[in-house]
Design a protein around this ligand. Structure first.
Ligand code: ZN
Length: 686
């Protein structure tokens, strides 16, 4: 049975061609986009940029002259979702001229490719553009498909390739991507007759066709041939009998993740970007980590060189015994990793002619026995890319060992890729946002104020967990935010709700940094007539739920050991009572006190505690009906009521949200409550 399925459909191809324009250029691109997407949508064919496609076609310039061009994948585009503009057209003749050169620097190569773009606003053509240009075929597909990576890293890759493909495939010895690889591959192509593809040693695979369909069908057929060959060599998993059954439970995993995050953060400076963790704990991953050759494999390298940019040359391996010993041992292992990385940098940068700038020496990937594969990055999405590549790598390693060995590129080649001048040039150009990497939990997240808070924190670069008791409203909040943020439907007044919230955030991101305890509800009625139950209910939501969250987050912050902060939505009711709002003001006054008490008790751990006193914000708490009622009670119209402050302007949810972000960024402020009410002398704090 074939593992890789042919998804080509003639109807779909015809539909796409009829929707594209009539020119040859548009027709060719329609086909090129279609099969690029088909390939890109299968992770084991293309994992995060692990492949690129091209076609040679003709376009017309402004003078009506025909120009031969190469349309090749542009950087920043994902094959699975690529569109025509993701395949920038480059004049072919100047690219072909380059083959006459003996040497070409990467910078000159990029410059010439850009200088010959038909549309100057296009993205940079792939670094493998010249290889696509030098091969004379019309449609070309290049993948880092998992089976091909296993084959490419075998110690006897050539013999295995001949066994599978006979004379239909040629081997290109390892050369770093760029001009030299393009020349080497093209020469081998020219010297081989009737080959259908190239196996790039320790890197990947190329094939081609006169049509997009022909090339695509070869990708599927060839990859299946390698997969079938590997399947014949697969043995059962190599697991240490003694370590089976040592998988950690949810509570242990969470405390481990918090310790790991803390350990990584402790190795960085104060106010550095906290790392976001992404955990994969599939059976495949856990079985792999139990192998008796795990130590060797952890030092072996990566399946294809460009993975090194995301994963570093090696993961940090934490054994069950290390994890069991707790944080001090984890910190020790991290320090040993850093030392090794610094040595690796010193050793290989020494032979480089151009001075190199050392990247962060922290691991980007952790192999934790009994826990899983953990990606470490400055955002959740980047951490997930790391674990995706990590999963592909362990598959390649396991299959490789079964089929003869896993022999990837050597350390110097990995270093050359990791410290590639084109990558070094990017350093410092990507703007880190002020709350990048911070995990922020917002309760009452589906309401108007909660959504505004989430939006402002997202803009500041944070990762968000939105908590609310209404599941459907959380869906609507995601729509409002236009982002698929992490959500959790839970009533904060339920027993154990606070623990569920911190556990959820830890499982998704590795820990927490900021609590915005915002959930609340207004309880009305005169004190003299009010029943005790209403008051107690109000205390449950408006005080005790905040208190429980403070305890749960405080514990995680202490475990992580690098500060953290709690922000509370208090209310001007805490200091300036409103008539018939006593049942709301009483718990809020207690919360106001709690902010100061927590600041006092947590200050020594670097944990900051602050709050906001807001007033008259349109929200689920202060509905339009209620606003009308309050306005009438004061004998004014609605706009005057809402702008009834010193600034004479309505205070909106975004103003409250800005206040929370400002407090989050006020690194030397704690025990402070800020008013966001447009100015109200009666509610001023003294
Ligand atoms: Zn490649």
């Amino acid at each position: 049975m074939s593992v890789f399925i042919n998804d080509w459909q003639d109807d779909e191809a015809t539909r796409r061609r009829s929707e594209a324009g009539p020119t040859i250029f548009e027709q060719d691109l329609a086909d090129r986009v279609y099969t690029s997407q088909l390939i890109g949508l299968v992770p084991d064919l293309v994992m995060h940029g692990g492949g690129n496609t091209s076609c040679k076609t003709t376009t017309t310039d402004l003078f009506g002259n025909k120009v031969d061009v190469l349309c090749v994948k542009g950087s920043g585009w994902d094959l699975g979702t690529i569109q025509a503009r993701g395949l920038p057209a480059v004049r072919l003749a100047p690219l072909l001229d380059l083959r006459k050169l003996d040497k070409l620097s990467d910078e000159d190569m990029v410059n010439i490719q850009r200088a010959n773009l038909i549309d100057s606003t296009s993205p940079n053509p792939s670094v493998e553009t010249l290889l696509h240009a030098f091969l004379p075929q019309k449609f070309i597909d290049h993948t880092h498909a998992t089976p091909f990576l296993t084959l490419a890293n075998l110690p006897h890759a050539k013999e295995a390739m001949i066994e599978i493909f006979g004379a239909k495939m040629a081997l290109v010895p390892y050369v770093m991507p760029g001009f030299e690889l393009a020349k080497t591959a093209a020469l081998i192509y020219d010297q081989s007759s009737e080959i259908e593809g190239l196996l790039l040693e320790k890197h990947g695979y190329f094939t081609w066709g006169q049509s997009a369909k022909e090339s695509y069908l070869k990708v599927i057929q060839h990859t299946n041939m390698v997969e079938e060959w590997l399947n014949q060599h697969r043995a059962g998993p190599k697991v240490q009998a003694a370590s089976l059954g040592k998988r950690l439970g949810e509570r242990e995993v969470n405390s481990f993740l918090q310790n790991l995050r803390g350990g990584l953060m402790n190795a960085l400076s104060e106010n550095a970007t906290p790392p976001v963790l992404h955990l994969i704990s599939s059976d495949t991953a856990l079985d792999f980590l139990d192998r008796d050759d795990i130590d060797l494999l952890s030092k072996a390298g990566v399946a294809t060189p460009d993975h090194v940019i995301r994963t570093k040359p090696h993961p940090l391996l934490l054994r069950s015994a290390d994890i069991k010993k707790g944080k001090p041992q984890i910190v020790k292992c991290i320090k040993a990793y850093i030392k090794d990385y610094e040595k690796y940098f010193a050793r290989h940068s020494g032979v480089s002619l151009v001075p190199k700038k050392m990247l962060s020496p922290l691991p980007n990937l952790v192999w934790a026995q009994g826990v899983g594969l953990i990606g470490v990055a400055s955002s959740a999405s980047a951490a997930k890319v790391v674990t995706d590549l990590a999963q592909q790598n362990i598959k390649v390693m396991a299959d490789g060992v079964d089929a003869g060995g896993f022999h990837p590129v050597k350390a110097q080649d990995l270093f050359d890729l990791e410290y590639w001048s084109l990558e070094q040039a990017k350093l410092g150009t990507s703007l880190m946002r002020p709350l990048q990497g911070h995990v922020v939990v917002v309760t009452g997240g589906a309401g108007a104020i909660g959504q505004a808070i989430a939006q402002k924190f997202l803009e500041a670069g944070a990762e968000i967990l939105l908590v609310d008791n209404r599941e459907d409203s959380l869906g609507a909040a995601c729509e409002f935010l236009r982002k698929d943020v992490e959500t959790l439907a839970v009533d904060v007044t339920d027993m154990g709700a606070a623990e569920r919230i911190v556990n959820h955030a830890t499982a998704k991101f590795g820990g927490v940094d900021v609590l915005v305890s915002n959930a609340g509800a207004a309880y009305q009625g005169s004190i003299i007539e009010m029943d005790q139950k209403s008051l107690r209910d109000s205390f449950e939501l408006n005080f005790f739920a905040h208190f429980a969250l403070a305890q749960a987050f405080g514990k995680v912050f202490k475990t992580q050991g690098f500060g953290g902060q709690m922000l509370f939505n208090v209310s001007k009711q805490a200091v300036n009572p409103g008539k018939n709002f006593g049942a709301y003001g009483l718990p809020k006054a207690s919360l106001f006190f709690l902010v100061r008490q927590l600041a006092l008790e947590f200050g020594g751990d670097g944990i900051r505690v602050n709050g906001i006193n807001a007033d008259r914000i349109r929200s689920g708490l202060l509905t339009d009906d209620l606003i009308e009622e309050r306005a009438k009670a004061r004998g004014v119209d609605v706009p005057s009521y809402l702008a009834g402050n010193l600034l004479r302007k309505e205070v909106e949810a975004t103003h409250v949200a800005n206040g929370f972000v400002a407090l989050a960024l006020s690194f030397r402020t704690t025990g402070h409550v800020m008013t966001v009410d447009g100015g109200n002398v009666e509610a001023s704090l003294r």
